[in-house]
Write a protein that binds this ligand. Sequence first.
Ligand code: A2P
Length: 274
Amino acid sequence: STTEITLNNGVHMPQLGFGLYLVSDTEAETAVRTALGTGYRSLDTATLYGNEEGVGRALRASGLPREEVFVTTKLWNDDHGYDRALAAFDRSLERLGTDQVDLYLIHWPVPARGAYPDTWRALARIYAEGRARAVGVSNFTTAHLTRVIEDSGLVPAVNQVELHPWLPQRELRRFHAEHGIATEAWSPLGRGHGLLQEPVVRNVAAKHLRTPAQVVLNWHMRLGNIAIPKSTNPARIAENLDIFTFELDDEDMAAIGTLDNGRRVGPDPDVYGD
Ligand code: A2P
C-alpha cells in the first residue's frame, strides 16, 4: 500500500514509514502493532527514543516475516567514535531482538566532538558485514555530507532531516539528488505546531476531500521524499497511510510551496551540539 524508493545500493525502502519519536516503550509496542496491522512496512526508531525493545516485541507479535518490515534505528550522540559506534550498534540489535537492521543512521553529526567521520567508518564496516542493509545519516548539512563522502568514499544512502512545507530544504534536496542520497523527512507534519491549520493546506484538502495531514504527506510523496509521520492514535495512523489514491496537481504543489518560511520545529543542525 506504499510506494518504494530505491536507495543508492539498490535496497528498496517504503516511501512512507511509521515514526516513533516521543513514544514510550509501552506505547510503541501498541502503536507498532496497530501500524503493522494497518499496512505500514517501515518503522523508524532510535536509541534516543528508548523504545527499540517495544518495537522488537511488536515486530515479533505481528507474525510478519522479518524481511517484510523495513527497520531503521539510529546511533545516539554519546556513542560517537569507531569502537563506541560498533558497540552501540550491537546493543540496538539486542534491544530490537534482530540480527540485522535495514537502515542504521548517525542521529546527529555533533560537530563539537568532531567524531562523526570515525563513526561513519564504523557504519561502513557494519554495512560491509551485512548487519545493516543500508547505512545513512540524520541532520547532516551539505558540509557534513561532503566530509564523510570525501573521507570514506561511501555515500550515505539516506539523510533524514526536518522537512515539511515550512522547511522544504530545497538546497539540501538538490545536493542529495546530485549525490544519490535519499531524502527522508522527520516531523513531516510539522509536529502539531499549526502547519495542518494553514489555510493553504486546508483549501487543498477541501478540494481533494482529504485531510490536511493526507495533503502534506502526499506533497512529500510527490517530491520524492521518504516520510515517517508519527501518531499513537489508530484513526490517524490509518489516515496517514491512506494517501496513495489521490494526487496533488501542479497548482496544489505551487500553493503549498508558498508556505516556505524557514520555520523549524526542532534543533538547527548548524548550531545543535556546538
Ligand atoms: P497523535 O499522536 O495524537 O496523532 P510529526 O510526525 O510531524 O512529528 O507529527 C506528529 C504529531 O502530529 C503528533 O502530535 C501527532 O499526534 C500528530 N498527528 C499525526 N497524524 C496526524 C493527523 N493525521 N492529523 C492530525 N494530527 C496528526
